[in-house]
Structure formats: structure tokens, C-alpha cells
Ligand binder design. Structure first.
Ligand SMILES: [Zn+2]
Length: 313
């Protein structure tokens, strides 16, 4: 299976919607308009950030998160026209929380630890010959790998479907609200049976769109443009990545002026295109939903869930 099939782009409506020969020039011109607007806005936000004019707020305590999170979910419910709210478990990552992931990690630690100990000459009674030495090194490598995996899992935000749980990385209040909206959208997608059947590109594009709308709502509600910083920064990097990839695919020259604004996503997107020969599913999804919104109006995020909008051409 190619990377794009895995992401849900090949042989699907999304693929035609974005890449069909008959519409690619039109799509590129929509992307250029969006990229132009978003880059100008990001430049303004970057100046404000550099002059300490954006207030991202401090990190929330667990008690504060307990108060804020249900409110974010009801804001997302309102956007998506969901009237049977159902909150998943949520919280900051904790190594000691009794759940399936921590139980797996604990088993890996225990097994590799026992394997290392059982090969120590003082315990096994065997001399440390090459066989025992190699097995011990394999155990240590497993232990380091498990520790790396755990630090990655506990250092990031994400949605886990079974049982439904949202893990949120400790971050400034402003950034946490925007990420929480993204992860909670995955929960709604799972409840509506959209999480796997539609492919990662659909899911991540839809979640990015809601993340953007919630950021706009909070920026207005609290009169604080800091809410727009991260989502605009990510979007500029993701739009540039999809734009470059599409131009290359169709042997067209990209407008270099549209690639000048730097984004913190540039490095990750470049590696993704090098490794998989495609932008990230977040980038392609964000671009497809933004083109859809430019053409059909912003409410496609709730219409797709209710079956009133499909990406077909
Ligand atoms: Zn996501």
C-alpha cells in the first residue's frame, strides 16, 4: 500500500477533488490566494510576537483544565451541530495512570529489565560470553527504545479511541485550547464513524478546520490574537508544502514570493516530502478543506458530518 493510499488519498473523492487534471489549475489559484492572505497575516502575528504583544497565558493546572476542557467541547459541539455531547476521558499525560498504554510500557520495562538481569554473570552464574553479552545489549536497546517511546507518548497530545481518551501536552492556555479542539474533533469523528473509514487526510483536514474556527472564536471572545498564532503558523507551512508538491507533480513553477514566509512546520513538511514523497496528511487535509471552504462556504465542517457535503467533482 502506498503512503497516499494509507492516508486515504488514492482512489478517493479527495484525490479527484485536489488533483484531477481538469481542476488542478483552478485549485492552485485558490491555494495561491489563501497562501497570500495567510502569509500576510502570519507576518503581522510574527511582528506582534517578537514585540511581546501576544498573550499566550500560562500553563493550566489539572484543576483549571477540568474547568476549561468541557467548555471547549461544547464550543466544538455547537460548530458541528452535535446535540448529544459525550465527553471522553481527558488529562495531562502521566506515566502512573492505570491505562492500557501504561500497562504495555510497564510490561516492556519488566521483561527487558529481567532479560538484562538474567544475563549478568553474578545472577546467571554464566561467564559473560559473546552470546550473553549480545542478549544483554539487545535488552538494553529494548529498554532505551521503550523509554524513548514513552517520552514521545507522554510528551505529545493525542486522541485514543478505545477507551475514548484525550491526552493533552501541558502548554500555554491559548495553545492548549486550540489543540484540545483538534483532538476533541477526532472524538466526534470516531463517534460518527468517520475516524478510520474516511482516511487520515479527511480526519486531519477536518480537525484542522475546527481548530482554526475555535481559535477564531476565542480570539474574538477574549479579544486576543495570540489564539491565531499557532494555527496560522501551521497552516502557512502546510499550504506551502501542498502547493510545492502539486506544482512539482504537474510540472508547474511555484510562485516563489508565496514561499517566503517562514513557518515552524517547514522542517517537518520537508522531511515528510523527502521520506514519503508527499506532504503530511495534516497538510493535504488542511489544504483540501480550505479549498472546499473557499468554494462552498465555511460550514462544510458540519455538513460533511451530516452527509450534506461530499468532496466530489
Ligand atoms: Zn489530528
Amino acid at each position: 500500500m502506498s503512503k497516499l493510499e494509507e492516508y486515504g488519498l488514492d482512489n478517493s473523492n479527495l484525490s479527484h477533488y485536489l488533483l484531477d487534471k481538469s481542476r488542478v489549475k483552478d485549485n492552485l489559484s485558490v491555494i495561491e490566494d489563501i497562501l497570500n492572505e495567510e502569509s500576510k497575516y502570519l507576518n503581522q502575528l510574527q511582528v506582534m510576537k517578537n514585540n511581546n504583544k501576544l498573550n499566550f497565558g500560562g500553563k493550566l493546572s489539572s484543576e483549571e483544565l477540568n474547568e476549561v476542557f468541557p467548555k471547549i467541547c461544547s464550543d466544538v459541539d455547537a460548530l458541528l451541530k452535535i446535540d448529544d455531547s459525550n465527553l471522553p476521558e481527558f488529562g495531562y499525560p502521566s506515566t502512573f495512570k492505570p491505562n492500557k498504554r501504561n500497562a504495555i510500557m510497564l510490561s516492556i520495562y519488566t521483561l527487558t529489565g529481567m532479560s538484562i538481569l538474567s544475563h549478568l554473570p553474578i545472577i546467571s552464574g554464566h561467564p559473560l560470553d559473546s552470546y550473553h553479552f549480545c542478549t544483554m545489549i539487545a535488552g538494553i536497546t529494548g529498554l532505551v527504545g521503550a523509554a524513548f517511546m514513552q517520552s514521545t507518548l507522554t510528551g505529545s497530545s493525542g486522541y485514543f479511541q478505545s477507551p475514548p481518551e484525550i491526552q493533552l501536552k501541558k502548554d500555554s492556555r491559548v495553545n492548549l485550547i486550540s489543540v484540545a479542539a483538534h483532538e476533541y474533533t477526532h472524538h466526534i469523528q470516531a463517534r460518527k464513524d468517520f475516524l478510520y473509514g474516511s482516511g487520515r487526510i479527511f480526519n486531519e483536514g477536518h480537525a484542522r478546520t475546527i481548530q482554526k474556527e475555535i481559535s477564531k472564536i476565542y480570539a474574538q471572545r477574549e479579544d486576543n490574537e495570540a489564539f491565531m498564532y499557532r494555527i496560522t503558523d501551521m497552516s502557512v507551512g502546510e499550504f506551502k508544502s501542498t502547493y510545492l508538491w502539486m506544482c512539482k507533480k504537474h510540472k508547474l513553477s511555484p510562485n516563489q514570493n508565496l514561499l517566503k514566509t517562514k513557518s515552524s512546520r517547514d522542517g517537518d513538511e520537508k522531511s515528510e516530502r523527502l521520506l514519503t514523497r508527499a506532504p503530511s496528511p495534516h497538510a493535504i487535509g488542511n489544504t483540501i478543506f480550505s479549498i472546499g471552504q473557499a468554494r462552498e462556504g465555511k460550514e462544510i465542517y458540519s455538513r460533511v458530518l451530516n452527509g450534506n457535503f461530499k468532496f466530489v467533482c
